[in-house]
Design a protein around this ligand. Structure first.
Ligand code: BGC
Length: 445
């Protein structure tokens, strides 16, 4: 086995620290699923206020994405990610100790800002810190962290429901203080992104950091590539220079959500109810889905740099399309009672976990040149969150109006379009440095 150098260890540690942003993203978005029923009963919420409680996080999220697009170029990547950690911390306390419904919604919005910020800055920083040949694996760790966060939230929600007699939703939110506090503390130690420093003219500092994170010759080579690219781009670049990668990023983000992933992750119990296998089993299935989601992400960690992004995308999408089509058939023919539905949903989750989940984030964060990276990533991430909102808003309606079969087939249809798009239009990015990517993607000015 190859020994890991101390420079590699330092880079890994930075990337893993930054990936905790993904864990908080997953935790914050999933924690509400267990809390909402309890809050609804306590505050006698009508459907409008219930909807507002759930969607308030998303409102904050959109704001967080916008803020990050502007802030991280101005104040730096490190300060921006620290602010996202602070937002999670404040939200955990704010929700847990909220005096009433308005306070709770406000604190949920703050948590949403944290999610929005983390969803832009964490994978982007990982892309900027990773060496080209391990970038896919490193960003896949971010996706792994999201899945761990979702699973932790399911488990901690279940734990507090079982052990706390009154207002169990409060500790559910307060629990977020632990990972966000840890995140804050660990972030203090990470350096600023060398690429941001070069864009700011702080070349010596950038080289000093690269020297600690790469073997000597690799550091010098990477530094000169970053310098060349900065000289070529001369500071600011307009988004119109990156039309093709922007199209790829936006479509991949939207298609990731239109595969129906969050419908299955968050509305799992309603699907099982529609299949006639609700009740306490539904929660157990939900946890099984969470575990499979986490375990299969490891395939992407191992394979995204070895076999490439396109291979994972197209293989995973084939499994996704097949399982969605067959789920639709089960609902259409009424054969939903047996083990088949669960098996197909697990196949779907497993395929998502090693393909669409991580690879979407990998590609979005590696295809843009430094002068526009954060703005372009923010645009793609915003498209992703709008798609999350659309699916969340319309899925219950689709299930009630069109039925589960048509809904699954629709998700299959979108995934088929994504398959063709990923196969024909998306370019392979494995192993290329962020600077080489510019030559592939940027249109002549
Ligand atoms: C998606 C989330 C989803 C999660 C599930 C992420 O890549 O962006 O919307 O909830 O994967 O693991």
């Amino acid at each position: 086995m190859r020994t890991i150098t101390s420079a590699e260890k330092r880079t890994n540690l930075i990337c893993l620290t930054v990936a905790i942003g993904g864990l908080l993203f997953g935790f914050d978005t999933a924690v509400i699923s267990g809390a909402v029923v309890l809050i609804k009963t306590q505050y006698l919420l009508d459907t409008t206020r219930e909807g507002w409680l759930v969607s308030s996080g998303l409102v904050g999220c959109i704001a967080g994405v916008l803020v990050t697009g502007v802030l991280s170029d101005r104040i730096g990547r490190k300060r921006t990610i620290l602010l996202s950690a602070l937002a999670f911390f404040i939200s955990g306390i704010g929700c847990g100790f909220a005096g009433g419904f308005a306070g709770l919604v406000t604190a949920r919005i703050v948590g949403g800002v944290g999610v929005g910020m983390a969803s832009v800055i964490s994978p982007m920083l990982i892309a900027e810190f990773s060496p080209a040949d391990r970038r896919g694996r490193m960003i896949a760790y971010y996706q792994l962290a999201i899945t761990v966060g979702i699973l932790l939230a399911y488990c901690s929600d279940a734990f507090f429901v079982a052990t706390v007699a009154r207002e169990a939703w409060r500790p559910m939110f307060v629990a977020m203080v632990v990972p966000s506090g840890l995140f804050l503390l660990l972030l203090i130690k990470i350096p600023e992104s060398p690429r941001w420093l070069v864009a700011r003219g702080q070349n010596e500092k950038a080289l000093g950091i690269l020297n600690k994170l790469r073997p000597e010759d690799a550091a010098a080579k990477e530094f000169s590539e970053v310098l060349d690219a900065a000289a070529r781009d001369k500071g600011r670049m307009s988004l119109s220079a990156v039309r093709l990668p922007l199209l790829i990023g936006i479509l991949l983000a939207v298609f990731q959500q239109f595969s129906g992933i969050n419908a299955i992750i968050y509305y799992g119990p309603s699907i099982f109810e529609a299949a006639g296998i609700g009740g306490s089993n539904a929660l157990v299935f939900q946890v099984i889905i969470g575990v499979i989601n986490m375990l299969f992400t490891i395939i992407a960690i191992r394979w995204s740099d070895k076999y490439g992004r396109k291979f994972l995308l197209t293989t995973g999408l084939s499994g996704i399309i097949l399982s969605l089509l067959l789920c639709g058939v089960l609902f259409y023919t009424g054969h939903t009672g047996g083990i088949f539905l669960l098996v197909l949903l697990l196949l779907y989750i497993a395929c998502f976990a090693f393909s669409l989940g991580p690879v979407t984030w990998i590609i979005i964060n590696e295809i843009f040149p430094t002068p526009v990276r954060v703005r372009a990533v923010a645009v793609c991430t915003m498209a992703l969150w709008i798609a999350v909102w659309l699916v969340g808003q319309f899925f219950p309606w689709m299930l009630a109006t069109w039925g589960a079969a048509v809904t699954f087939w629709l998700f299959a249809g979108f995934s088929l379009v994504n398959f063709v798009f990923s196969w024909r239009v998306v370019k392979e990015t494995r192993g290329k440095t962020l600077e080489e990517m510019e030559e592939v993607f940027v249109s002549p000015h």
